[in-house]
Each structure stands twice: as structure tokens, then as C-alpha cells.
Write a protein that binds this ligand. Structure first.
Ligand SMILES: *[C@@H]1O[C@H](CO)[C@@H](O)[C@H](O)[C@H]1NC(C)=O
Ligand SMILES: *[C@@H]1O[C@H](CO)[C@@H](O)[C@H](O)[C@H]1NC(C)=O
Ligand SMILES: *[C@@H]1O[C@H](CO)[C@@H](O)[C@H](O)[C@H]1NC(C)=O
Ligand SMILES: *[C@@H]1O[C@H](CO)[C@@H](O)[C@H](O)[C@H]1NC(C)=O
Length: 499
């Protein structure tokens, strides 16, 4: 590197104030009950699994800096999905096939081993190469990379060189029983497309031993730029839920459509029907999984009781991650149980039942008449708030709650006229329709720098980060005083610290 460039880089580091030595220097935004890196950078959750009596969560991790850098696999485990403990780094880049990063992937239990399946990234003069690799462990702590890696050395011939985020599962039905399946994000090359060079696509492979894989073709792809489904679908998950199949992906390149697709990248799903014999997935529309400012790369697994549990990265590319100056960045959402709406067209999310074990003292529990503003005794530090309002009697335009943040205010309210749930972070609005409801029911998880909202039993969720250096209390509000009074039921609990 040229000396001037080196000095310039040092200056840049100074300007953005990233912490580069790997220590947390200030706890002001540290979370109390969320998975977060001990220090350094975290992005996608990976390898959600249950093995030897423990839940395992891995994550994209740079232990050396609060900036993204050649990803390792960080690792936490839990016996109850609530209390997590840090374990040694599971995968470190450095082999010829993963020297510039152990990118995202999944985990499966094969006999007495936990097997990680991940993308090896190698930077090259004209870009990068991406391959699929495996590593195994008998104790769930120490992983050994397979000597025959990569197990998939090349993307399909009709795809681009982007070839990443393998998600593996075992078929247990019919003639497929015992077959391993893998979906991988791999765009198809867009021919004569004036808008983009590739189309988002998920490809499918099968194997009997996790080592030799057969290409079965595209499982789902977009071949029409006007459908606005992006040029790359990262982090695919494909699973069965209550009679339907769901393909969950994190697309890049979708353009904002008024209130939809408001973040830099998206994370959403298609619901459809699938015949393994023909490899045909006929699917419905694309919907976002969460409508907040910071939710991406959600990863799903099936627990031993058959629940589909999902965890997302509680951040978004392009977001201002203010905790970077404190030596860390990124966190994961609380675990959520997925279900299908009664009409079968949408996914719903609910906090896993185990999370009620975090509840400590109760702050408030009574119907409250809100005329304008009502200050509660609920601190935002580490709390769960249950908020119900019967909408028939509400003439206010807005009813909800708010608290100050460093740049202004965070407001969460229902707009009774537009019938939308609105999350406004210093006037940067995310909103989503919840029409024709008689009761608004919110379950809100507040941590030191995060909010997760589950509206009407998880029909809608909104997840965002925020930053404030002190611990404000929650204020209930309606927007137009006496004439806009609302009778609100609020119950709130402090949530214990798991770290
Ligand atoms: C799948 O195969 C396993 C092992 O051979 C067997 O025990 C199981 O019953 C099979 N499942 C179904 C649904 O056929
Ligand atoms: C409410 O809906 C109207 C009509 O669609 C729209 O013009 C207005 O911007 C909406 N209000 C908010 C606060 O989004
Ligand atoms: C709301 O309910 C009315 C009457 O049942 C129905 O006509 C309308 O389509 C519903 N709107 C939405 C958005 O579901
Ligand atoms: C949420 O689900 C519970 C239990 O199924 C039900 O009693 C309640 O009415 C639901 N609430 C809303 C707002 O849909």
C-alpha cells in the first residue's frame, strides 16, 4: 500500500472513530438480554441448531474491530433460549478456500456430530470466489474443517459468481427420507436487462453424505425486473409450516415503494406449495418479515418440539451504528416463533414463550386515561410493555407511546385514520397497515438500545435500534388532548440481565 493511502486510512479510522483494538470502551448502549458480540463486529445469525441438550447460535463476527472484516463464526449456546453464554470462535478464516472470510451458513446434526455448512470467500484480482464448505464437531464447541473442502467448488454454470449462504436440512418423508437438501443464494445472469446484471435466485442441491452434492436447478428466481425483487437473494431459508412451504430471503436491489421496502436491503418471504418430486415451488407475493428500521438476514431452525424459531440481525446495512465508537457493533433479535396467519397468506412472529422467565418487578398495571401525555414509571433500559387499547372509543388521531432519544424522539403509535402502525425514529418513519381491527394489542421489548414490537399477536412486527446516553421513561400519548382521550391498558415488567 502506498504510504499516503496508509495515512489516509488511519485518518479515516480517526474520523469515524471505530474502535480497532477489540475492547468495549463504554457500556452505554450494551444490551441486557440480547445476543451481542463480546466486543467487535456482528452481522448475520448463522447455524441455529439444537445439539447435545443446547441451543446453538453462531454469527458473522469480526473480533478485531467494530467494523466489518473477514468474518469468523462467533458462537453462543443456551439451555433455555434465554440465557446465552459466549463460546470460543467456531470458524476462523485462513484456509485456501476461506482465507478472506467464513461467510454465512447453517448447521445440522448428523449422527453424533454438529456439522457447520458455510461459504468460503476468497478475494481475487477481479473480484472473489465463493465455495461451500463444511466443518464438524463432536462436542459442539471445537470444530474441524473437512479435509476435502470445498464440497461445492463452483457455482452453477448459469449463475453469477455470487454463491453463498447455504441452508441445509434433512428430508424425512417418502422417497426423499434421509436425503440432505441445500439451498444457496446464486443470482442468474440477466440477459439484455437494462435495469440490472442479475436476478435474485435460490438454487437447490441434494446429497446423501453432506460431502457430494448434486445440482437440481433453481428453486425460485425472478426473471422480470419490473417485479422489483432485486439482483441478489442472500440468506435463503426454505421450510415447511402448517401445510405450506416458505422461502425466506434477504434481497438486495429492491427499490422503495412508498412505505414498503424502506430500508437499504430487505428481508422477506414467499409462501407457496412445493413438490419435491418436480422441484417446483409455486409461490405468492413477496412480503417483508418485519417492518422496522433494523431487521435483516433472519435465520430459521426447527427445535426439538417442532417449533420454527427465527432470529434476525438487529441492524441494517447503511444504518448508523453508533455503538461502533464504543468498540462493538450489531446484535441479534430475541428468538421468535413463526406461525402462519389463519388465511395462510402471511407469516406471524411471537416471542418464544421462554422469554417470560426474564420478567422481574412489575412497573404498572392499570387502565389509564390518556389525554395528551401521561408519564409512566417504565424505564426503557430493560423492559417489556403490554399495551392494549379498544379503538372504538378513541377519537384521537394517534394513540401510542414515546420517549426521548439523542436525536429527538422515538414514537410508536397507531394512526386511527390511516389505520397504520407507525414507528417514528426522530421522524424517520416506518409504517404498515393494520386495518379493520377493534383492539390494538402491542407487546414491546425494550432494551438499552433496541425496540421490538409485536402487534396484534405478531401479525405485524417492527424492530429498530436507537441511541440515548441516559435512561428515559416511557410516555403514553394521544395527539389531540381532551377530545382525543383514550383508555389504555398497560402492564410492564423489568427484564433481567442475562449477561
Ligand atoms: C425415515 O427413515 C428412518 C430411518 O430409516 C425411519 O426410522 C423413519 O421411520 C422414516 N420416516 C418416514 C416418515 O418414513
Ligand atoms: C395518511 O394517508 C393519506 C392518504 O393515503 C396520506 O396522504 C398521508 O400521508 C397519510 N398520513 C401519514 C401520516 O402517513
Ligand atoms: C375492512 O372491512 C370492510 C368491511 O368488512 C371490507 O370491505 C374491507 O375490504 C376491509 N378492508 C381491509 C383493508 O381489509
Ligand atoms: C391474540 O390471541 C389471543 C389468544 O389466541 C386472543 O385471545 C386475542 O384476542 C388475540 N388478540 C388480538 C388483538 O388479536
Amino acid at each position: 500500500m502506498h504510504l499516503i493511502h496508509a495515512i489516509f486510512l488511519v485518518l479515516l479510522v480517526g474520523i469515524f472513530d471505530e474502535n480497532v483494538n477489540g475492547d468495549v470502551t463504554n457500556n452505554r448502549y450494551r444490551l441486557n438480554y440480547h445476543i451481542q458480540p463480546p466486543s467487535g463486529w456482528m452481522n448475520d445469525p448463522d447455524g441455529l441448531s439444537y445439539f447435545n441438550g443446547q441451543y446453538h447460535v453462531f454469527y458473522q463476527y469480526n473480533p478485531y474491530s467494530s467494523n466489518w472484516g473477514a468474518p469468523h463464526w462467533g458462537h453462543v449456546a443456551s439451555t433455555d433460549l434465554v440465557h446465552w453464554k459466549n463460546l470460543p470462535i467456531a470458524l476462523t478464516p485462513g484456509d485456501p478456500y476461506d482465507k478472506d472470510g467464513c461467510f454465512s451458513g447453517s448447521a445440522v446434526v448428523n449422527g453424533n456430530e454438529l456439522v457447520l455448512v458455510y461459504t468460503g470467500n476468497v478475494n481475487t484480482a477481479n473480484g472473489f470466489t465463493q465455495t461451500q464448505n463444511i466443518a464438524t464437531s463432536k462436542d459442539g464447541v471445537t470444530f474441524t474443517k473437512y479435509s476435502g473442502n470445498p464440497v461445492l467448488a463452483n457455482p452453477p454454470v448459469d449463475g453469477t459468481k455470487d454463491f453463498r449462504d447455504p441452508k441445509v436440512w434433512l428430508s424425512i418423508y417418502g422417497s426423499q427420507n434421509g436425503t440432505w437438501n441445500m439451498v444457496v443464494g446464486n443470482p442468474s445472469v440477466a440477459v439484455n436487462n437494462p435495469y440490472m446484471n442479475s436476478y435474485g435466485r435460490v438454487v437447490l442441491y441434494q446429497s446423501n453424505d453432506l460431502k457430494t452434492w448434486t445440482y437440481l436447478g433453481g428453486l425460485a428466481e425472478e426473471q422480470n425486473a419490473e417485479q422489483n425483487l432485486g439482483y441478489m437473494w442472500d440468506d435463503p431459508n426454505f421450510f415447511y409450516l402448517n401445510g405450506k412451504y416458505v422461502l425466506l430471503v434477504s434481497p438486495a436491489g429492491i427499490e422503495r415503494d412508498i412505505d414498503r421496502f424502506a430500508n437499504l436491503n430487505q428481508n422477506g418471504y414467499f409462501i407457496g406449495d412445493y413438490r419435491p418430486s418436480t422441484n417446483l415451488f409455486s409461490r405468492g407475493q413477496f412480503y417483508e418479515l418485519d417492518n422496522g428500521h433494523d431487521f435483516f438476514a433472519a435465520h430459521v431452525f426447527e427445535d426439538p418440539t417442532g417449533r420454527r424459531i427465527v432470529i434476525g440481525w438487529m441492524q441494517m446495512w447503511g444504518s448508523w451504528m453508533r455503538e461502533q465508537v464504543d468498540g462493538w457493533a450489531g446484535a441479534l433479535t430475541i428468538p421468535r416463533e413463526l406461525s402462519l396467519s389463519s388465511d395462510g397468506t402471511r407469516l406471524q412472529m411471537a416471542p418464544v414463550a421462554e422469554l417470560t422467565s426474564l420478567r422481574g418487578s412489575q412497573y404498572i398495571n392499570s387502565p389509564i386515561n390518556v389525554n395528551g401525555e401521561y408519564d409512566t414509571n417504565i424505564p426503557i433500559g430493560s423492559s417489556e410493555v403490554l399495551f392494549d387499547v379498544v379503538l372504538a372509543g378513541v377519537r384521537a388521531r394517534k394513540v401510542g407511546l414515546k420517549f426521548p432519544i439523542d436525536d429527538g424522539e422515538l414514537e410508536l403509535y397507531y394512526d386511527t385514520q390511516n389505520q397504520t402502525l407507525v414507528l417514528s425514529r426522530n421522524k424517520d418513519i416506518r409504517q404498515v397497515a393494520i386495518s379493520n381491527i377493534s383492539v390494538l394489542n402491542l407487546r414491546i421489548f425494550l432494551d438499552r438500545s433496541s425496540i421490538e414490537v409485536f402487534a396484534n399477536n405478531g401479525t405485524v412486527t417492527m424492530t429498530s435500534r436507537f441511541y440515548v446516553d441516559w435512561i428515559p421513561i416511557v410516555t403514553l400519548f394521544t395527539d389531540n388532548g381532551e377530545s382525543g382521550a383514550a383508555r389504555v391498558n398497560v402492564q410492564a415488567f423489568s427484564l433481567n440481565n442475562i449477561w
